[in-house]
Structures are given as structure tokens and as C-alpha cells.
Design a protein around this ligand. Structure first.
Ligand SMILES: *Cc1c(COP(=O)(O)O)cnc(C)c1O
Length: 562
């Protein structure tokens, strides 16, 4: 059967549904949201990822906030259709068989985008290979490299086996998928009837390859030592790679940069940072978004259906949100807030609906500084007594091997004890899509305070603005573009000037100042003004920071430009 798709999208994680736990955070959510919008817009895409049948992990926290992890048991059969198609890749001189599972994303006009989940847990495989598509970001460097062989090379081969013969562009979503380039080089060379990978072959590969880099954090760029690479990929492939990559190990970002005709970062500022990281490379930027319908809570969906007809088909309709009456926005907000507090109060925390509620949820990576708010506990108590009472809800998983990130979670638990009589602080366990949606629609303020410029984009604040929730954030990532002081939210900065670096004293001071003198007083004493900010979040930001706009940019700037 001929499968008529022009763009193949490769991503180590794709988040489609809370029940399919094959994602760890923003990268996967972005991939899933992008494909949903592609389906809505009839963009002829197909996607590939790994099955991760043990998921990322299930988070447990003890009373001190110490995290432990458990495998997630999920049954792919509940969501995916197993395919008989079988392909092979060579790993450490063994032949590893792969089968695919299919998921179909339904767009809102009936068009579908298929996603294939690769699986090596087959009886024919060596026991050590059967576990390779088990844990997302699990194991050691060898495990990761093997997974990347399966994703890149196995992915391309599965698409061929299924009849996808008209693919024009291969989109490498972060360096994990760069090894697809090895197969693309081989294929292209054969098509051009070349014996060697000459400049003409490389140019032809570049015309087919789009690469998106997602983080300025060094640990986010996979590098594998030369001896490991030789063992896993074999001598022939290593020789092949050395021709244009150098022989000091395998750097997945460099490989993709070298062989992709279009490269982009994920926000304007991230574009500047990425160009400084990789001098001499041409790097564009396409700012991230979120899938509007997915991340809009039920009360706001109803509100938009009533006042902004057509918004489900066209996110740009959200720009008319200023016409929605304030009382209707407030009523929808209270309903969404109640839904969140119902979840929170299952733990008998007794959080109150009238109380100003701050939300902070993201992967517990150190650079995101989840504990910054507790820099000065006494100051925080004073704000609660003098400016107005508030409560705070946290969530987020630390990578199992990231001890420092785990320590950040325990610090929040310590702050919770220290603030016990003054400010309610709660940490929800096992942050996932469903919880993310409740949080980003149920608090009164979304907080984001990473070390600038390490936040490439960030997307949870975009989810919040779809639900009329303003953000207080460091001027980093998308917020540089989305921030209008006092109109769409507030900056943790002096006079709107971005301040880079990890200066906690400085950033905590700006953060306290805004909460104490601007935001909390406005929330309690100038509700009309606060509602005006809420409406501008929707009109100015939700209407732009969505994946409909983003996919349209990928189509015109990346896919059609090569
Ligand atoms: C949206 C989301 C993220 C990404 O949020 P960032 O602000 O980009 O860090 C991570 N995890 C879950 C569960 C989410 O819903």
C-alpha cells in the first residue's frame, strides 16, 4: 500500500494522552501538540517514537519529599494497534527486530496523523534487546545510544516497510533522532548512484532534513564516547560519520546541525542563544505553542464556544476575547479553580477557593529553581500578612539520576514545614498531562523563575493563558515575546529588563516586590483590573502561542523552504 505522507517527524517522546505515559516533559508535550495541530490543519505528517512500555516513571514522595520511582504499568493494547510489520537494525553486531504500534490522531476536520511506536520486546530478540524500548531516558549511555539507533534507523526502516515512499522531509525533533541521517545518507547515495558520500549527496540529504534544537542546557545534548559508538554502531558506520563529524565521539546535535538544511530554536531568545552556542551555523527560530483545545479547561471551552465561535477550528479567533464579559470570565475561572482544589483537597489540605493561589509545576530540573520563592521565608510570611493571604501548589518529577533536582523537592517540603502556620504549600505527586491541565487552568497566577537564558521556551505558561491565567516570570524563553507588563502578566525583572544568570538574591527581590506591591493587591482590591489582565492573556497570548500558528510556521518556513 502506498502511504502518501510528505513529512516524517521523529521524537524520542510524544505526549498524546495521560494514559500513554511515554513522555517526561515539555519536549514530549510539544511533539504531541504539534501533531494534533498538524491533524487539524490537514498537514500530511507521520510520526515515529518509541513504545517505552515501562513509561517514564511513577513518582512517589515520602513525608520529607524524598522521591522514589516505580515503573508505570500501562497496556499499549488499550490505546494502540499492534502491527505485524517487522524491521531490523544492527546493534553491537546483533540483529534486533522491531515492530510498530499505531496510534491515529484525529484532527478536528477528520484528517488523521498516524504515530508509530517502536517496540523491541519480541521473543525473537536477545533478552538484553527486548528491554531497549522499556524506559524513557532510563539506563546508561549505552542504553540511550541503542534507543537512538532504534528511533532513527529503525524508524526510517519501519516507514519504508509500511509503504511511506513519498516522504520529502525528515524532522529531527531534538538530537535523539539524529541517527536517521545514517539511513538517509545511504538511501540518498544509492538514489544518486554514488559510491561515496560526496558533497552532492550531503546537499541532497540537507534538502530533506529539518532539525529543531530544544535546550541550551549542556546535559540536554547527547554525546557518546568514541569507543561506545564503535561498539554499538560498528566500525563501518563510525568511519562514515567521521568523514564529516570528526572522531572525538558522537555528538548528536553536531551531527544534525551538519546535515540539516533548516535548523531552528524554539523561541526568539533561544535562537540568539543557540547561534552563540554554535557559531557559524544558520539557526532560525519558531516559537513554541500549545494545542488550544487540549489545554483549555471545560469551563473556558464553554465560554469560548459561546463568545468566540469557530475557535476550535481556528485559534486566531481567541484574539476577540476582550469582548467576553468579565463576570463570565470570573465564573468560568472559579469553576476551573474548584476542579483543581477538588483534586488538591483529596489530601485534606483544606485549600480555600477565595485565597490567591499560585501554581508552579514543571520537571524538577535545578535550573528551573522551584525553590526560589522560599529564598527568604520571613519576607514571604510578611507578604502574606500585609499584602494578602495566599497558597501555593507545586508539582514536578526529578529525573531518577538527578540528585540535585531531587534535593530541590525536599527543600520545598522543608519550606512547607517552616511556613505551616502562615502559608499553605502543597506538592502534588506524579505530575502528568491531566494534572498539568488542572493546574494551568485552576490557579490564579502561574509562576516561572528559571535561570535565564536556560529556558529555551517553556510552554506551561501558554497553557495558563488559554485559561485566562497570567504569568509572573523571568524574562526568558517565550515570555520575552509574550510579556507586556501589567497587560498579559508580570516580569521578574527591573523595569522590564531581562537579567541573566543565577543571582537568587536579585531575582527573589524582584519576585517578592511584584507579588507584594502589584499582583496580590490587584487580585484582592482591584478585581476588575485583574480580570482585564486575564482577558488580555487570552486575546494577546493564547491567540498566538498555540501550535496552529506554530505548525503554519513550520510548514512555510521549514518544510516548504528547502
Ligand atoms: C506542559 C507540561 C510540561 C512542560 O512545561 P514547561 O513549562 O515547558 O516546563 C511538562 N510536563 C507536563 C506534565 C506538562 O503538562
Amino acid at each position: 500500500m502506498i502511504q502518501d505522507r510528505a513529512i516524517a517527524y521523529f521524537s524520542m517522546e510524544i505526549a498524546l494522552h495521560t494514559g500513554i505515559p511515554t513522555y517526561s516533559g515539555g519536549l514530549g508535550i510539544l511533539a504531541g501538540d504539534m501533531l494534533k495541530s498538524a491533524a487539524d490543519l490537514n498537514v500530511p505528517m507521520v510520526a515515529v517514537t518509541l513504545l517505552h512500555e515501562k513509561g517514564y516513571f511513577h513518582q512517589k514522595l515520602d513525608e520529607h519529599g524524598n522521591q522514589s520511582e516505580e515503573s508505570v504499568d500501562w497496556d499499549p493494547r488499550n490505546f494502540l494497534e499492534p502491527l505485524p510489520a517487522m524491521v531490523k537494525v544492527e546493534i553491537e553486531d546483533r540483529s534486533v527486530k522491531i515492530r510498530g504500534w499505531k496510534y491515529e490522531i484525529q484532527g478536528n476536520r477528520g484528517f488523521t496523523v498516524p504515530v508509530y511506536f517502536l517496540d523491541t520486546n519480541l521473543e525473537e530478540n536477545d533478552p538484553q534487546d527486548r528491554s531497549l524500548t522499556g524506559h524513557l531516558y532510563g539506563g546508561d549511555a549505552r542504553y540511550r545510544l541503542c534507543q537512538e539507533v532504534i528511533l532513527g534507523r529503525g524508524g526510517i526502516r519501519l516507514l519504508r516497510e509500511l509503504g511511506y515512499d513519498s516522504i520529502k522531509k525528515y524532522h529531527i525533533n531534538e538530537g535523539h533522532a539524529s541517527l536517521l541521517l545514517l539511513d538517509l545518507l545511504d538511501e540518498t547515495r544509492q538514489k544518486l548512484q554514488k559510491r561515496e558520500t560526496d558533497p552532492e549527496t550531503i546537499e541532497a540529504v540537507k534538502r530533506q532534513s529539518v532539525f529543531t534544537t530544544h535546550t541550551p542546557v549542556a546535559a540536554g545534548h547527547d554525546r557518546f564516547p568514541a569507543d561506545l559508538t564503535r561498539r554499538v554502531l560498528g566500525e563501518r558506520e563510525v568511519q562514515h560519520l567521521n568523514g564529516f563529524h570528526g572522531n572525538d565521539g558522537l555528538d548528536m546535535t553536531r551531527l544534525a546541525l551538519h546535515l540539516s538544511g533548516y535548523v531552528n530554536a524554539v523561541a526568539r531568545k533561544h535562537g540568539e542563544v543557540a547561534r552563540a552556542m554554535f557559531p557559524g551555523r544558520s539557526i532560525q527560530s519558531i516559537t513554541n505553542g500549545v494545542h488550544s483545545v487540549t489545554w483549555t479547561s471545560e469551563p473556558f471551552r464553554k465560554l469560548f464556544d459561546q463568545y468566540l465561535p469557530g475557535w476550535r477550528q481556528d485559534s486566531f479567533a481567541l484574539r476577540h476575547a476582550l469582548d467576553i464579559p468579565k463576570e463570565a470570565v470570573w465564573a468560568a475561572h472559579l469553576e476551573a479553580k474548584q476542579t483543581l482544589l477538588d483534586l488538591v483537597n483529596q489530601g485534606e489540605t483544606g485549600m480555600d477557593i477565595p485565597l490567591f493561589t499560585v501554581g508552579f509545576a514543571r520537571r524538577a530540573a535545578v535550573y528551573k529553581r522551584a525553590d526560589l520563592l522560599f529564598h527568604d521565608i520571613e519576607r514571604l510570611k510578611k507578604i502574606a500578612t500585609e499584602a494578602g493571604p495566599f497558597q501555593i501548589i507545586y508539582a514536578g518529577k526529578a529525573h531518577p539520576q538527578d540528585r540535585e533536582a531531587k534535593a530541590v523537592i525536599t527543600k520545598i517540603f522543608q519550606a512547607q514545614q517552616a511556613l505551616k502556620k502562615h502559608i499553605k504549600v502543597i506538592y502534588l505527586t506524579n505530575y502528568d498531562m491531566e494534572m498539568g491541565k488542572r493546574l494551568t487552568s485552576g490557579v490564579d497566577l502561574w509562576l516561572n523563575n528559571p535561570i535565564s537564558p536556560l529556558e529555551a521556551s517553556g510552554t506551561s505558561g501558554m497553557k495558563a493563558c488559554h485559561n485566562g491565567i497570567p504569568q509572573l516570570s523571568i524574562l526568558d524563553g517565550w515570555w520575552v515575546e509574550g510579556h507586556m507588563e501589567g497587560v498579559t502578566g508580570w516580569a521578574i525583572a527591573q523595569e522590564g529588563k531581562a537579567s541573566d544568570g543565577d543571582d537568587r538574591e536579585r531575582d527573589a527581590a524582584y519576585l517578592y516586590h511584584k507579588l507584594e506591591n502589584v499582583i496580590i493587591p490587584m487580585f484582592y482590591r482591584e478585581r476588575e483590573k485583574y480580570l482585564n489582565v486575564m482577558k488580555h492573556c487570552i486575546a494577546l497570548n493564547a491567540s498566538f502561542f498555540n501550535t496552529q500558528r506554530m505548525v503554519q510556521e513550520y510548514v512555510t518556513n521549514a518544510y516548504l523552504s528547502l
